[in-house]
Write a protein that binds this ligand. Sequence first.
Ligand SMILES: Cc1ncc(COP(=O)(O)O)c(C=O)c1O
Length: 386
Amino acid sequence: MKLSKNISESLELKFSKLARSMDKKNQIPYSLGLGEPNYFTPNFIIDEAYSAMKKGYTKYSSPIGDYILRKKISDKLKNINKIKTRPNDILISAGSKMSLYLVLLALIQPKDHVIYITPCYTSYLPQILLSESEVEVTAFKLDKAFEIDYSKLKREIKKNTKAILINFPHNPTGQILKKNDLFELEKILKVHKKCFLISDEIYMDNIFSKNKHLSPGSIQSISKRVITIGGFSKSFSMTGWRIGYSHANSEINSKMIKIQQHILTNVPLFIQKAAAQALTIKSNHLNKFNNLMNKNHNYAYKILSDNPFFSFNKSYGGFFIFLRIKKKITSDKFCTSLLKKYNVAVTPGKYFGKHFNNYIRISLSQEHQVFKNAIDLINKFAVLKK
Ligand SMILES: Cc1ncc(COP(=O)(O)O)c(C=O)c1O
């Protein structure tokens, strides 16, 4: 297969080189760049993986995934996300990233059009381009309040639009879906009968405001054309275990299973057993982590929202704040100088789309005192730069 020319090498900013070399030397005490939880995988999950290995769950297994795990996920989607599902609609894969790629491979045909929302997770565009080299792609920009302007979105939809890819709670802006979003998305899919909605809900358990997570898959009238993606990385600090899942109608699901069978076979069964345990044992770790992110968010808001250097849009879920820089400095330059001067690492907005070079992403996943110190330093730095 020819790799599409449009797939850029991973974005090489000045900041990335500096951060890598400083990180190697342990010179970044204030890291607000992390896209993973700041705690270890809970012990009860590790113990279950070990015990499953001892029991012999170390051989090839079904490509669709362990039934017990699929049943647990289907119960969760039913009870919490209000999505009508059966275990057979769930496919376990190697991280939600792989789930998304399987969805795209199963769905997208030559000349199809895909719309994805920006700013966004860096792998979306490469994945779309890798799934089909003759795909037509539109990057749809959120408005200044980080909301979807539905009248604009409707204008982007064409006859060949096969999928709209969304992600809420959102990386990097921290926005979540509201009832009105579900209503608008339903209207769109009712008019465009060939269009699917791919909903990446990897941060579904990480709402730190008082709101509730809403899943478009819960809308009955369009549920057959909504594909929901979830995982264990962000909910159970299992980023390195590589396990995620998708929920799709049986036609798409069976295509995805065939593809997975030939490129992966299965996610290791002892990992699946551990993930099933993660969904079984009642644990307070998510509450604790979400409370920490809320506390960090409120502190950042208190300190940075008054600084004329920035424009602060509140976050509600996910792991991040996406802060707009109001002065004339690129995100790469800002992040590089901040790292050099104060050893604080935040992520340049340019990573999340070409229109976001005047933003920085701040991760809330950090111990409170370290976070506070880092925010104070960002504030001081921005005052110096004025
Ligand atoms: C929006 C989004 N989707 C998917 C992923 C990948 O998650 P996983 O570890 O389940 O592959 C990430 C990871 O940062 C993400 O931010």
